[in-house]
Design a protein around this ligand. Sequence first.
Ligand code: ADP
Length: 253
Amino acid sequence: MVIEVEVKGVKVYYKSIKALDGVTLSVKNGEILSIVGPNGAGKSTLLKVINGVLRPKIGTVYVDQKSLSDISPREIAKRIGLVPQKIQLTGMLTVYDFVMTGRRPYIDFTPSKRDEEKVYEALETVGAINLADRSLEELSGGELQRVIIARALAVEPEVLLLDEPTNSLDLKYQVEIQKIVKSLRSKGLIIIMAIHDLTYAYRISDKILMLNNGRVFAAGKPEEVLTPKNILAVYGVKPLIITEYKIVAPAET
Ligand code: ADP
């Protein structure tokens, strides 16, 4: 079944600041869309709009052809999982308890057997079952990021939003997160990421939306959007583009 997220003509103003100025996009399940653009371009604001946290006065977000404004907040929380840039670490929460907070939209009183199963399933998906009893505060940056993704997956979303998922992670963890995100795409999720790292965006995305000053500067396949001309126009820097390289193991002596 094809599910689609569509954003049509969305405008968001913070007082006199135009954060989004007529943004339109569409992304289907099994696709990764990356939103790129310099600081202040509107990436986080766009994620908040798709997540239903910000309700634009102008323009509409559709999930599966239904306007977000016609879907209850609880239903939105079940359908759209968010991986925020930062989380507040409060108290000595275990990984299990933290991921269980992702089940909130389903829990009325106490977690059910199914809630427990979904928490373990989410931890399994990100390869973090072994962390279940650990305290969040003890985790490394890469482990914590996997656990935050697990919390978003525990909600069983159709759409996964990630805000700078590889920020401050070293190369090894970046590759790990890339693998997880790709495996989620093959499971049929719609994946939308705000991302700074253009190389990463190029490698992982099916589509890229390049924002500049709240407007869509370019949209399409990575090779169509991440051109030297567009990067220079939006970021003001000339990129060095390496399209192909090989790492050759040194000959044994
Ligand atoms: P990005 O994520 O691409 O860095 P943002 O969506 O955070 O961009 O910001 C877009 C614009 O909106 C910026 O000019 C930013 O300063 C402004 N902005 C974002 N959030 C707020 C807010 N809560 N109040 C006022 N201005 C904001």
